[in-house]
Design a protein around this ligand. Structure first.
Ligand SMILES: [Zn+2]
Length: 117
């Protein structure tokens, strides 16, 4: 267990973000309905615009899903006293990195290695 970081602070931030994401996903449910092909119903938007918007919404939703998974893992790791350690090499994750995104699960070198590979 890390004693150099404020676990409670990170836990609060993670829980808040999780709440935001859950609310966002709720709102998005209607927005990702299949594209309506009936031109009249689309109104001013062309079908192409509607499809493009839908693709962007889907991509954003996917990122949100991934963030949610990371947050849930991070919260589990807090409970298991494993928070703040890299899931690959088990080194401590820099505090500044956790500050920037409390849901990070990898230290900077493992994250960079992953991106490179
Ligand atoms: Zn690592």
């Amino acid at each position: 267990m890390r004693h150099d970081i404020k676990l409670k602070y990170f836990k609060t931030r993670l829980e808040q973000r999780l709440k935001e994401i859950t609310a966002e996903q709720q709102r998005r449910k209607d927005g990702t309905a299949p594209v309506e092909l009936d031109q009249a119903r689309i109104g001013r938007l062309s079908r192409m615009d509607a499809m493009q918007q839908q693709a962007m919404a889907k991509a954003a939703a996917r990122l949100t899903d991934l963030e949610k998974q990371r947050i849930q893992s991070a919260l589990l790791r807090i409970r298991a006293d494993e928070y703040g350690y890299c899931v690959i090499c088990e080194e401590e994750i820099a505090q500044g990195r956790l500050q920037f995104d409390p849901s990070v699960l990898l230290c900077i070198s493992c994250a960079e290695e992953r991106e490179a590979g």
